[in-house]
Design a protein around this ligand. Structure first.
Ligand code: DX5
Ligand code: ZN
Length: 220
């Protein structure tokens, strides 16, 4: 299986010390920056947009994994690419013409992924899977950090892993929400390979060590 990747979620960073926290991720074992964009419509919360992403990009030395929790993301793809997104994921539930939106992401020079809400079955991906660099399975209801991991995720990951392997694809499976050192190994065993971690990293006393521990556990 592919190398296991860790993507700390900047939603849990200290926005007053964004450069410091960006550099912490640069100097850690983390692989990507996970960037959560929320519009107050698709999810009840509002996070941040292009100027903040641009500020992170200015200091980041690792790819930006931009998770769009917004209605009709097709309206903003080029702008997110312009401010430095390397990977853009859109919710299956947020865009009517998913194939067109993924093509738009590719044309903007980014890797494209699809996100599924907690209760959206993986079977909806059957036809679009070959076009996905990555599938992000939400393990919480999106909108807020610090929520409890929902165990229905394991079964969804197992089903998706089977779909990917049967087709001989190398699509990544990313998990987002409540990921900690307590569930990451079980998620790897189910078939996931990419892990977002927000509060578990940023609320710990030694953030760099917490990232190193997650990475080691995932690759053990
Ligand atoms: C929530 C976001 C997550 C969030 C995860 O909707 O998509 O990326 O930052 O935070 P934790 O790891 O605290 O659950
Ligand atoms: Zn996210």
């Amino acid at each position: 299986m592919a190398e296991k990747l860790i993507a700390p979620s900047m939603l849990a960073a200290d926005f007053g010390n964004l450069q410091r926290d960006t550099e912490m991720v640069n100097n850690s074992d983390a692989d990507w920056f996970h960037i959560d964009v929320m519009d107050g419509h698709f999810v009840p919360n509002i996070s941040y947009g292009m100027p903040v992403i641009q500020a992170i990009k200015k200091h980041a030395t690792k790819p930006l994994d931009v998770h769009l929790m917004i209605e009709k993301p097709e309206r903003y793809i080029e702008e997110f690419a312009k401010v430095g997104a390397d990977i853009i994921t859109v919710h299956y539930e947020s865009t009517v013409h998913l194939h067109r939106t993924l093509t738009q992401i590719e044309d903007a020079g980014c890797k494209a992924g699809v996100v599924l809400n907690l209760t959206t079955p993986v079977s909806v991906l059957e036809d679009i899977l070959p076009k996905c660099f990555m599938v992000l399975i939400m393990s919480i209801n999106p909108g807020f950090g610090g929520q409890k991991f929902e165990t229905i995720t394991y079964d969804k990951v197992r089903k998706l892993r089977k779909m990917i392997d049967e087709r001989g694809l190398d699509t990544r499976i990313e998990i987002d929400g409540g990921v900690t050192d307590k569930n990451i190994k079980q998620l790897v065993d189910a078939g996931a390979d990419t892990f977002v971690a927000g509060s578990h990293v940023f609320r710990s006393n030694d953030q760099t060590k917490t990232i190193a521990d997650l990475k080691a556990l995932a690759n053990s």
